[in-house]
Design a binder for this molecule. Structure first.
Ligand SMILES: *Cc1c(COP(=O)(O)O)cnc(C)c1O
Length: 344
């Protein structure tokens, strides 16, 4: 395979290419200097996204790491803490930014097998008002988390508990559209209970760059100060916002195809004895591969134009550049490999 050919890339849903229609929207975008709030395309995206998710205001930023960090730094000050899952992106995969840049102490809590944080644990980890303790200010949840959908009843109970205890609530909704589509519910409903929400446009929705942070107007205004300090003030960002807007308008409903393709892929791989295959709820699932097979499998797949983060525990991700035909190709490649493995 050379770089010009079509790779079937199952590493992440961040690998998508902007479609011709998305590129056309980017090329046609009216722009201004967004640090002056002068970019009409950014402003339109922010208003559109806020309305779509039922929030008062929105802020466009270069990444989900940044929108999450801005949210944490706006909710919490120096010496405050936030409750977060051990597996959560904001805790585990964002370089410790809340602690490093925000002087915010994370209080990580074990995630349950379904991705939730037990209500009893949330309650137990909220610290009393005592000079020995950091001030517990915020509960941060993630949906979807590792491809799993948090139940709406659970979210209602967890956010109600947090609010009753005087905590604010933030949702890392990088893939919250997948959660909504999977459950057949609206975007306003899926984010209910959260004071602020971060949504990635550059994952399954297919934009090249960007996330939005949604919340009350005063919160977003404060957040814009942090965004500037963190280096996220962008100038003629309308070219990016146009792609993000296009993604939100056109690519939410079609996430169902990614979920179907993940299910199809899991079913196909499930027929291979050497593998232990998880059951996808959305577009992400895990398979266990015998250690000794990993290296030759990676090479065999690459030879057929398939990229995957092959290891003993492999995450597979479907997205808008993976077709049903691609799924068949991948299942075929795995089957061929494991028919001859282990070599006699
Ligand atoms: C990707 C991701 C982020 C961060 O987004 P970037 O744009 O990569 O910084 C945050 N949370 C979750 C759950 C993610 O998957």
């Amino acid at each position: 395979m050379n770089e010009q050919q079509h790779w079937i890339d199952l590493r992440s849903d961040t690998v998508t290419q902007p479609s011709p229609a998305m590129r056309a929207a980017m090329a046609a975008a009216e722009v201004g200097d967004d640090v002056y709030a002068d970019d009409p395309t950014v402003n339109r995206l922010q208003d559109f996204a806020a309305d779509l998710f039922g929030h008062e205001a929105g802020m466009f930023a270069p990444s989900g790491t940044q929108t999450n960090l801005i949210a944490l730094m706006t909710h919490c000050g120096r010496g405050d803490e936030y409750l977060v899952g051990q597996e959560a992106h904001t805790y585990k995969y964002e370089g410790g930014g809340a602690a490093v840049l925000g002087s915010i102490q994370p209080q990580p809590i074990a995630n349950q097998p379904d991705g939730s944080i037990a209500l009893a644990d949330i309650e137990a980890y909220i610290k009393p008002d005592d000079m020995h303790f950091a001030r517990t200010r915020l509960l941060a949840l993630e949906n979807t988390i590792g491809g799993r959908v948090l139940g709406q009843d659970y979210i209602a109970a967890a956010t109600a508990l947090a609010h009753a205890k005087g905590l604010a609530t933030h949702l890392d909704g990088a893939r919250v559209c997948n959660a909504a589509v999977r459950q057949g519910i609206g975007l306003r409903d899926v984010v209910k209970g959260f004071d602020t929400v971060s949504v990635c446009l550059s994952k399954g929705l297919g934009a090249p760059v960007g996330s939005v942070l949604l919340g009350p107007k005063a919160f977003i205004e404060q957040g814009i100060r942090w965004r500037k300090m963190l280096g996220g003030g962008m100038r003629q960002a309308g070219v990016l916002a146009a792609a993000a807007h296009h993604a939100l308008e056109h690519n939410v409903g079609r996430l169902a195809e990614d979920h179907e393709n993940a299910a199809l892929l899991a079913r196909g791989l499930g027929g291979i004895d050497a593998l232990t295959v998880g059951t996808p709820q959305t577009n992400i699932f895990w398979i266990d591969i015998p250690q000794a097979a990993c290296e030759p499998l990676r090479a065999a797949l690459a030879g057929q134009g398939i990229r995957a983060s092959i290891g003993p525990r492999t995450r597979l991700v479907t997205h808008l550049d993976i077709s049903r035909g691609d799924v068949d190709t991948v299942v075929g490649a795995f089957k061929t490999f494991f028919k001859n493995w282990p070599a006699q």
